[in-house]
Design a protein around this ligand. Structure first.
Ligand code: VGL
Ligand code: ZN
Length: 208
């Protein structure tokens, strides 16, 4: 069992990121039992939910003449345009039904504002608007943040990098995560994670 300084951060284990979902991550469903098992070894677990209004600027459908996976420039920088996904209060935005973490203490919802995306659980894509998660984790005495979920190269990576930037020790649990891998995004993410000092670990090595 991990001690009180350890927090498991479970990113976006939601229906729309599962095979058959609106923004399917290949083999995304395979992480569910792994995450459940991991969570049993942590006293503290925080979940996130991607939670967009239907008019969200990250949706290709809200840009005339654009297709999913095009890139556009928004006021805060480059933005990949995604299929409509994780719309607030729709079945696609619900957590996977087999996710079994009754002791999860907090669900952070992100990407709520129509004009700004948020891959990270900590700071929105404008890089200034905080979700409050870093302050919450500090107040509960967290020292180490263990990240897993979907997708490795977007929301998990950005959350891990921001956890590091907030001063926590951070590990990304590779086999409790799956990637979208768009135009080399997975390799690019691992280069950034390595450079930032985020440890790359496997689930079997976390709880021993
Ligand atoms: C995600 C793209 C758009 C993710 C969320 O959870 O990694 N990716 N919204
Ligand atoms: Zn999203």
């Amino acid at each position: 069992m991990k001690d009180a300084g350890d927090v498991l951060l479970v990113i976006d284990v939601q229906n729309d990121f599962m095979p058959g979902g609106a923004l399917a991550v290949a083999h995304g469903d395979e992480i569910v039992p792994v995450v459940n098992q991991l969570a049993r070894g942590f006293r503290q677990v925080v979940l996130t939910q991607d939670w967009h209004p239907a008019a969200h600027r990250s949706f290709a459908a809200n840009h005339a003449g654009r297709e999913p996976f095009d890139t556009v420039t928004l006021p805060y920088g480059n933005q990949v345009l995604w299929p409509v996904h994780c719309v607030q209060d729709t079945p696609g935005a619900e957590l996977h039904r087999d996710l079994d973490i009754p002791h999860a203490q907090l669900v952070i919802r992100k990407g709520l504002r129509a004009e700004v995306d948020s891959y990270s659980a900590f700071v929105e894509a404008d890089r200034t608007t905080s979700t409050g998660l870093a302050g919450y984790l500090r107040e509960i005495g967290a020292k180490r943040v263990w990240c897993c979920g979907l997708a490795t190269d977007y929301c998990v990576a950005w959350s891990a990098l921001d956890a590091r930037a907030a001063g926590f020790d951070v590990a990304l649990i590779e086999d409790a995560s799956r990637a979208i891998d768009l135009n080399g995004s997975l390799d690019a993410a691992w280069r950034q994670l390595d450079a930032a000092g985020v440890a790359r670990v496997q689930a079997a090595d976390v709880l021993r």
